[in-house]
Design a protein around this ligand. Sequence first.
Ligand code: HEC
Length: 119
Amino acid sequence: MLTPRRTAIRAAACLLTGAAIGILLARTAAGSAAHPTQAATLVVGQQLFAADCAICHGPAGDGAGGAPRLDTGLESFPSEAALAAFIHRNMPATAPGSLSTNQAHAIATYLWLLNHSSR
Ligand code: HEC
């Protein structure tokens, strides 16, 4: 099913996501909120997102898979905790409740930063 072209696009998207994480982490560090635990959580969140969410929400959360984009527009969630709770209860749409609280929290941390970093 995966054509070489699609594979190349996926690979490029992964690289882009990696670069985005690097930028996010650099910003976090520059903002003096640098914390090794947060950095680790972000990496875990990004990896979980790629594995469980990207197929519907796009590799960079840009909505490429047909589901709503998540890289912006999550203002409807009052807090990162509320977003984590939503994810834990409802996502992935095909298997709601399959993520642990920690996994949902890590993904929420990743998406929250994605939404709240100035671009
Ligand atoms: C099978 C496809 C699918 C997968 C996989 C999936 N989602 Fe979704 N997601 C949707 C659809 C469709 C919606 C919009 C309808 C809804 O809110 O239920 C949605 C909505 C959302 C929303 C609400 C967006 C908003 O603006 O209100 C969030 C947050 C979200 N998903 C996060 C995730 C996360 C995190 C994962 C991975 C753990 C994930 N989704 C996996 C299909 C999917």
